[in-house]
Ligand binder design. Sequence first.
Ligand code: NAP
Length: 243
Amino acid sequence: MKTALITGASRGIGRATALKFAKSGYCVAINYNKNTEMAESLRQEIKSLGARAEIFRADISDCSEVQKMVADMKDKFGRIDVLVNNAGIALPQGLFTDFGEDDIKSVFDTNVIGMMNCTKAVTKHMVHNKSGQIVNISSVWGTIGGSCEVIYSASKAAVIGFTKALAKELAPSGIRVNCVAPGLIETDMNSHLTHNEKAEFAEGVALGRIGKAEEVAETVFFLASEAASYITGEVLSVDGGII
Ligand code: NAP
């Protein structure tokens, strides 16, 4: 049975993605950092669907924790077919000049270094098998830049550069690397936004609404599937059409 490691799967887009892979016949490795209860409840939900999932706590910004997680996953599942680099954090909105070094470091440690730690740990198994799929989660702000989201935008632009370069490097090993760039999606990450702020954002979206985690999950699954066998190094926007 094929296996998928989804980082940051306890909540939001990661959770929806884990469910999509589980419903599609994958064994799912649920990575999370702090929220054991949510990760465990997802494991139970997947189990109730008749599929298999295990939880793996690891702070992806910590290279040794990631290496242990991937070794544990390999022990339990025997193989690693898909990596979804989803775990990410954002800062409160604010002017770039008002943030400190620690803010910059925390965002890059998770969104960029964390993604690289996971990719490095998993890639050696994929190269050995001469097959694998990696899907990274960027953001609309990584493609067009967001005012008062400068540090987050820069980290998500790095995800795109990483995807495009790694896709070229790993293609000869039979590994595809792609990226999804969601617009505003209804998750905890945006729980600080008021109803009016979300409605205001939706006015700049061609489809006139913000997105659902399940809509991102469908696209992640597509990119990891055989249906996307001739797509690599691509950035697919799931943003309802930014006007
Ligand atoms: P979310 O609801 O805030 O969930 C974040 C997930 O990441 C949680 O499962 C969290 O685990 C995990 N996480 C955070 N830091 C981690 C770390 N150091 N190690 C391991 N796991 C960690 O976020 P979301 O909205 O679903 O976002 C998922 C991804 O989509 C992120 O990369 C985000 O930047 C991107 N994105 C989101 C939106 C949006 O509008 N929501 C738009 C564009 C892109 P715990 O629960 O254990 O803390």
